[in-house]
Ligand binder design. Structure first.
Ligand SMILES: [Zn+2]
Ligand SMILES: [Zn+2]
Length: 92
């Protein structure tokens, strides 16, 4: 048994609304560049939903940790260099 169109309740559904996932027939389907919708309202809702979604932020996993490690290593190297030069020697 095929799902019936939720708009006209007459014809068998040919699509599922991208927004609400309800079945719609070819006659009642509202189509735009985002896909097939059961109504103009669903298409508008989906459009506004898409606009609120930000593009994924490209971030390497562990990038922050790597930065912390590099910072520690640099601090240790700086301390070692300072010690070698005698800046850290406590002389009376
Ligand atoms: Zn229909
Ligand atoms: Zn819908």
């Amino acid at each position: 048994m095929k799902a019936q169109c939720i708009v006209c309740h007459e014809r068998p559904a040919a699509f599922l609304c991208v927004q609400c996932h309800k079945p719609v027939c070819d006659e009642c389907a509202f189509k735009d560049e985002n896909g097939v919708f059961c109504s103009r309202e669903c298409a508008a809702r989906y459009r506004s939903y898409k606009q609120t979604q930000r593009p994924p932020v490209r971030r390497r996993p562990g990038g922050m940790l790597k930065g912390v490690i590099v910072g520690i290593v640099m601090a240790v190297l700086a301390a070692l260099a300072a010690w070698k030069l005698g800046y850290l020697q406590i002389t009376p």
